[in-house]
Design a protein around this ligand. Structure first.
Ligand code: AMP
Length: 381
């Protein structure tokens, strides 16, 4: 299978090539032609299957032909359950948009941050990625109107059907025009999802993708956060606190930096210890044990120390600084991933490191979704 015979236009194919994808994943081969044909879709697929690009690419293609008419009347709406997913989906749109002759203005909105900048950024947006609560707030403020939506995507539909979203989702459905293309993606097809598909989808194309073998696709979610060097500390503390991370391994490139990061974490009430070559063997063993037992939340390590030591698999690894060698990067992120659940590996990438990060990704053979943090307020962190 190749991207050339899925019905995608020349500019889209060239954008895909520039973005580093060489072959379509199975869900992409199945979903893209059906979506381009205007069909409703029910995709049963896990995160990691490539489902995001399977709707992003055809939506971008459909919009190459359309011309935007009225400001604030969005044409495509992608509903997601969490802020992280909103950012992630937004960055996949950005990845391809970046390489298109007519980029389609896309915005990701979510709660937990100030609404005012989002209201301003809504100007001339055509594709909106949103969590339900924030979307309704924006509608209430007349920053966005849903009556012209032509394509609706529900990502992780199983989660969106949780009771916590029920009343919000009901209100959103009432605001959408009845005539539209519906694309539903879910990890499972539970009873609730089944009810929703009956209600929403017209003669859908059903696509089911089996979970991939672990060896083919390690269950690690990779993110890069673009951040100024001087905001790395606040961003690290923000991530740990806002995502309530309880067991984190942070990597720095020097002993000096490891100690400095630990001091700052402690000053902000986060229990942390350093693990590096200047620590005695006893102190290193203790530090690891404290992380395992939960007596500390964060262990800040250098590569040198991490090599010879048996570090257990952890839910989250954060690269405060990138390692020089791609091999070390792979070694670092290999510290995360738990049986059955995806591990999370985050890299804080300063502008000066971006080129090096691209080299690492190329060597690794996997592209990492980048998140912009420029507009993120880190006051108090
Ligand atoms: P998703 O399931 O949409 O979260 O995608 C999982 C990961 O696979 C993301 O890091 C994507 O950038 C990557 N990905 C998706 N499609 C392809 C492809 N055709 N080739 C290479 N990487 C891909």
């Amino acid at each position: 299978m190749s991207f050339t015979n899925l019905g995608l236009s020349g500019p889209l194919q060239s954008a895909i090539k520039k973005s580093g994808y060489t072959e379509p994943y199975p869900i992409q081969s199945a979903a893209i032609p059906a979506i381009l044909a205007g069909k409703d879709i029910l995709g049963i697929a896990q995160t990691g299957s490539g489902k995001t690009a399977s709707f992003v690419l055809p939506i971008l293609q459909q919009f190459q032909k359309k011309y935007f008419t009225k400001n604030r009347f969005i044409k495509a709406l992608i509903l997601v359950p969490t802020r992280e997913l909103a950012v992630q989906v937004g960055s996949v749109f950005a990845l391809f948009n970046h390489n298109l002759p007519r980029p389609i203005k896309t915005l990701a909105v979510y709660g937990g941050v100030s609404i005012n900048p989002q209201m301003i950024q809504m100007q001339h947006v055509e594709i909106l990625v949103a969590t339900p609560g924030r979307l309704l707030d924006l509608v209430a403020n007349k920053a966005v109107h849903l009556s012209a939506v032509e394509t609706l995507v529900l990502d992780e539909a199983d989660k969106m059907l949780n009771l916590e979203f029920k009343s919000e989702m009901d209100r959103i459905f009432k605001l959408l025009p009845p005539q539209r293309q519906n694309l539903l993606f879910s990890a499972t097809l539970g009873k609730d999802v089944h009810t929703l598909t009956e209600m929403l989808l017209r003669d859908p194309v059903k696509i089911e993708i089996e979970a991939q073998e672990e060896s083919v696709m390690p269950p690690i979610e990779l993110f890069g956060y673009r951040v100024n060097e001087d905001r790395k500390g606040p961003l690290l503390r923000y991530l740990i606190k806002s995502q309530n991370m309880q067991q984190v391994l942070v990597f720095t490139s020097s002993v000096f930096r490891a100690d400095a990061v630990v001091e700052k974490l402690k000053a902000h009430g986060i229990a942390a210890l350093a693990l590096h070559s200047k620590k005695s063997q006893g102190a290193r063993t203790d530090a690891l044990r404290y992380l395992k037992t939960g007596e500390i939340r964060v262990l800040v390590a250098t590569d040198l120390a991490s090599r010879g030591i048996d570090i257990p698999l952890l839910p989250v690894v954060i690269n405060y600084e990138l390692p020089r060698s791609p091999k070390d990067f792979i070694h670092r992120i290999g510290r995360t991933g738990r049986a059955g659940a995806a591990g999370l590996a985050i890299s804080l990438v300063a502008e000066e490191e971006e080129q090096h990060f691209r080299v690492i990704q190329k060597k690794m053979g996997k592209w990492v979704d980048m998140v912009d943090t420029e507009n993120l307020s880190l006051k108090g962190f």
